[in-house]
Ligand binder design. Structure first.
Ligand code: FAD
Length: 588
């Protein structure tokens, strides 16, 4: 089959993704004087970010006057078990209040304190109430506000329902991308001076997940293919509370806001079991601790009939629950026929978030590949071994803005790159790879392969891992990778809205993410944050000084340990001042 790109579109900055990071990046790049084109798989306003519930973390000290950027910094580092990029954690803690106030100026309507300030709710492992929120629909308001701002900023254009499948390089620099329109399969060639990846996480490689269909790790794989380094790929977060019943809704998130508003966890014996795992912070311990605690309770036979535990907020007044947690109230009533003002919820861990991702330079979001920037969930560093709730939305705002600004400056400096010659062989090979499944009517079924990958990851890279299981998982993954090379399009050869064809492509991205996860998990022979190893149950001080970095080589994927630079004195001081609040679990 011979196919050529139907259309070539030129811009200064190409932004891949219309979630919080992509939209904030696009606004910043346009304000920096660049022409900006945002490309996204779904409709504008539908990106995964709309699902965010609990809030955006920022030390605005509206509710707790003692809060400060230093405490937010220390909480983030402690949560990440100290392998975070400390400069990112510093920038994030210092700049997130301004980013939230800016959202308010742009029209976001936050919940209020009685004095009229933006209200902030408590969340797991945040020392003070810190999450600015709009009930439990914060992501929706964030995207609505950013979208409104973006479409009213001169120079921003959007291509919806368009999937990027290849980054184009010339002389080691990213100069564009290839994409297909999901509606009719027509091809586009984008040419740009700089490209910002903001395509979100890869949760769909797991069976039980809170993530949307878009989270297939495309950006991470695209970056890896052109030589970008990935970091902390072993670090994926299981959120402690996903729905467990009915089976069809398993994995849908139950916001940490429920625990923030006073919800308690009990096992089937009625015991408030967090007492045994973190008696100080109880239900508001960090997510890794609570998820492992629930896992242990279920494995010890103290779980509910559907394999979870109970989350109970019935001690709060019904009006309070309905006003603070309206989505949770409706979600349980509609999907599980449970009235959470009267009955407890059944919950269990669900794969939620990638701390893992593309390695970026803190100030600018630049990757190690010229012309390529990354921000949001797909970038790594800020959260280290475990993300605190609310720190993602502030991450998107702080680092989306920084990446957009830097990409605009780079693109304007390198405007001629958008016109540089691109090797046609590179384009032809990518298009041939994309089209191949359509020409294999008897090829492997992509939906079946996706299901097998989800089962593989759930079985061989679960909450608690060990060497033999990870090794066996990698062997099985290699088999899946070779079967995916003969993947068909699920029985239909049309290029118009063909979900089988789309899945065949998404599968390739998820396989890269899965391999990087398994290999990095084998390399980190210790337990730290979200990465728990039953064969290495303790933290190892030496490994606390490194990040594992994944790179593409001629011999395949390589994982190496990279030392973390020493923390400057002012940050070490901020951290040590808060050491009094370390729990025994964190010190270990
Ligand atoms: P996303 O919002 O995932 O957007 C990715 C964009 O990239 C989309 O537009 C998509 O179409 C596009 N894209 C992907 N691949 C391609 C491709 N190949 N070609 C073109 N476009 C592509 N965090 C908090 O801080 N607070 C919360 O309260 C909170 N609640 C959450 C609740 C739920 C249910 C979930 C699932 C997550 C929650 N999170 C929360 C996490 C947070 O929402 C996400 O980490 C964050 O929204 C990710 O934003 P992003 O901009 O990086 O990417």
């Amino acid at each position: 089959m011979s196919v050529v790109a139907h259309e070539t579109v030129e811009t200064d900055v190409l932004v891949l993704g219309a979630g919080g990071a992509g939209l904030r990046g696009a606004i910043a790049a346009a304000e920096g004087g660049a022409r900006v084109l945002v490309v996204c798989k779904s409709l504008l306003g539908k990106a995964h970010t709309v699902m965010a519930e609990g809030g955006v973390a920022a030390a605005m000290h509206n509710v707790a006057y003692q809060d400060s950027w230093e405490v937010h910094f220390a909480d983030t580092m402690k949560g990440g078990k100290l392998i975070n990029d400390w400069r990112m954690a510093e920038l994030h803690a210092k700049e997130s209040p301004d980013r939230v106030l800016e959202l308010e100026r742009w029209g976001a309507i936050f919940d209020r304190t009685w004095q009229g300030r933006i209200h902030q709710r408590p969340f797991g492992a945040h020392t003070y109430p810190r999450l600015a929120h709009i009930g439990d629909r914060t992501g929706l308001e964030l995207v609505r506000t950013l979208q409104d701002r973006a479409v009213h900023t001169a120079g921003v254009d959007v291509h919806m329902e368009t999937t990027v499948f290849k980054l184009l390089t010339e002389g080691g620099r990213v100069v564009g991308a290839l994409a297909y329109r999901r509606s009719d399969g027509s091809l586009l060639m984008y040419r740009c001076g700089a490209l910002v990846l903001a395509s979100g996480g890869a949760g769909k490689m797991y069976r039980v997940t809170s993530n949307s269909w878009e989270s297939t790790g495309d950006g991470t794989a695209l970056a890896y293919e052109v030589g970008a380094q990935l970091r902390d790929m072993e670090m994926v977060q299981f959120h402690p509370t996903g729905m467990v019943w009915p089976a069809g809704v398993r994995g849908i998130l139950v916001t940490e806001g429920v625990r923030g508003e006073g919800g308690v966890l009990r096992n089937k014996e009625g015991e408030r079991f967090m007492e045994r795992y973190d008696h100080e912070r109880m239900e508001l311990s960090s997510r890794d601790v609570v998820a492992r605690a629930i896992n242990s309770e279920v494995n010890a036979g103290r779980g509910t009939p559907h394999g979870g535990v109970f989350l109970d907020i019935t001690h709060r007044k019904p009006e309070f629950i309905k006003s603070k947690l309206p989505s949770m109230y409706e979600q349980f009533l509609k999907l599980a026929k449970v009235d959470i003002t009267k009955e407890p919820m059944e919950v269990a861990p669900t794969l939620h978030y990638m701390m893992a991702g593309v390695r970026v330079e803190p100030e600018t979001g630049a990757t190690n590949v010229a012309g390529l920037y990354a921000a949001g969930e797909l970038a790594s560093g800020l959260h280290g071994a475990n993300r605190l709730g609310g720190n993602s939305l502030s991450d998107l705002l702080v680092f989306g803005k920084r990446a957009g600004e830097a990409a605009a400056a780079d693109a304007l400096r390198n405007a001629k790159q958008a016109k540089a010659r691109v090797d046609p062989a590179q384009v032809d090979a990518a298009i041939a790879g994309l089209m191949a499944p359509l020409a294999r009517p008897g090829g492997e079924n992509p939906f079946k392969l996706h299901g097998e990958l989800q089962d593989l990851m759930s079985t061989y890279a679960p909450i608690v891992r060990d060497e033999p299981t990870l090794e066996a998982g990698l062997e099985k993954l290699k088999e899946l990778q070779s079967r995916a090379l003969t993947c068909g399009a699920g029985g239909s050869a049309t290029r118009a809205f063909n979900p089988g064809w789309h899945t065949a492509h998404d599968l390739q991205s998820m396989l890269v993410n899965a391999e990087a996860l398994l290999r990095s998990a084998m390399a980190r022979k210790e337990s730290r944050g979200a990465h728990a190893r039953s064969d290495f149950p303790k933290t190892d001080d030496e490994l606390g000084r490194v990040n594992f970095v994944v790179e593409r080589t001629a011999d395949g994927m390589r994982v190496t340990a990279h030392p973390i630079p020493p923390m400057p004195e002012h940050l070490a001081d901020a951290l040590h001042r808060s050491y009094a609040t370390f729990t025994p679990e964190e010190i270990e």
